[in-house]
Design a protein around this ligand. Sequence first.
Ligand code: IMP
Ligand code: MG
Length: 182
Amino acid sequence: MRGDHPMKLAAELDVLFSEEQIAARIADLAAEIESDHREKELVLVGVLKGAFVFMSDLARKIDLPLAVDFIGLSSYGEATESSGVVKITSDLTRPIESKHVIIVEDIVDTGLTMRYLLDNFSTRRPASVKICALLQKPSRLRTRIPIQYLGFTVPDLFVVGYGLDSGEKYRNLPFIGAVKGA
Ligand code: IMP
Ligand code: MG
């Protein structure tokens, strides 16, 4: 499909991961999550808004009983750079005490958002907390974040699509790309 994607927005992007590549990787991640969480009370927590597409595809590939919740976060500072000062804009709907939690995130960039969330969740006394991130930019990491389930690593490019946005645009693209010439 490279280059001939029917959506108008696609013309502005270089494809990094196709719809098919993403689906194959998600099937692997789901299988790993399944084998690690048999007989456990599992809750997937999606980080809004970027993780909504990934969350939806991942949850449907995990053949275990599970609960789904979402958390809304905003980071103060510039639009494309995390400041590390994070605010919860929409909290979980249920307690996670004694549950096995997997945070589902679109991308770990500096890691400051995930650092905040790990610290915040640890005060809620879950049985365990793990991270499932579709993407990571290792060159940008500023704090050590353990990612137990990782889709792909990406170079230091601004990536969009499959839930990720640039100024709210591109979230609805089925693949992940980088804006041409950016
Ligand atoms: P961090 O706190 O620097 O790790 O930032 C994480 C958040 O910044 C992600 O959840 C995304 O919402 C956003 N972000 C970081 N890099 C990108 C990118 O390349 N494209 C789109 N969003 C990004
Ligand atoms: Mg995000």
